[in-house]
Design a protein around this ligand. Sequence first.
Ligand code: SF4
Ligand code: SF4
Length: 301
Amino acid sequence: MSKPGIIFDIKRYSIHDGPGTRTTVHFKGCPLSCWWCHNPESRSAAPALLFRDEKCIACGSCVKACPRHAVSVRNGALVTDEGLCVGCGACCDACPAEARELCGRPCTVDELMPQLAKDEIFFREGGGVTFSGGEPLMQPEFLIEALDACGRVGYHRAIDTSGFAGKSVILETAKRADIFLYDIKHMDPGRHKEFTGVDNAVILENLVAISEAGAKINVRVPFMPGLNSGDENIKATGSFVSRLKGVVGVNILPYHTVAKGKHDRWHMDYRLNDLLPPTDAQTHHAAGILESFGLKVHIGG
Ligand code: SF4
Ligand code: SF4
């Protein structure tokens, strides 16, 4: 059996992750740390134990359930020793209050395929499977094996990616994917690094590379008021994208506050607490700029 990947969710009936009704497999781990990340609990590559202390009823079940004695009570507070924890999830299963949750679990392609097969009826009607994250390109062996397995049974395959990966990796996946959902977060390298933690050079180079290789690409622009919403950046995005081959459209994804809720839930710092979603006028203005470059623009996922 091949090496398992680490996934943290399989979302069914998605209508925003590519053409038709899709089943989205979320891979764990992401090399970026975007300020507006919708899945902050998925950033680390390994399974992560999440704890919501406000839900804990101090029953002690998790302490008893842990086979590694990683959970203990110190000074009246529940403590998990990350050095001992192996991410087995026994404490989560034992918790009666849903205060503990394991984000990420190992999964082989053999285990994944029967899960996907449950939604085959949608795949036959124009839907398919979307590999998302985290960042799916961070687990190339598992991704390529899953793409091949889906290809053998005729499932449409989309890769939802930041594009931050080795060129050889993304080109290998481009041989197999039916479409890329490819984020452009900012055209300015410095601003990109500030907002995501990484330079955009690799991302833009990879986008050109898959375009030249014949990939079908749906560009996605998370639209963040005051961060990347300025006319100059939108024009630079339109100019760059309009010169690529294989682009079937550009989606503007207006910022919303779901990310804040996720950060609050897991007690993670969130930098955009005061940021409001863009107005319809702002979003349509940006769409107009992109359309002026001859691009087919859609607002939303
Ligand atoms: S995930 Fe497993 S090893 Fe880690 S604390 Fe819970 S029971 Fe213990
Ligand atoms: S099992 Fe759940 S509710 Fe009980 S002490 Fe552990 S985290 Fe708290």
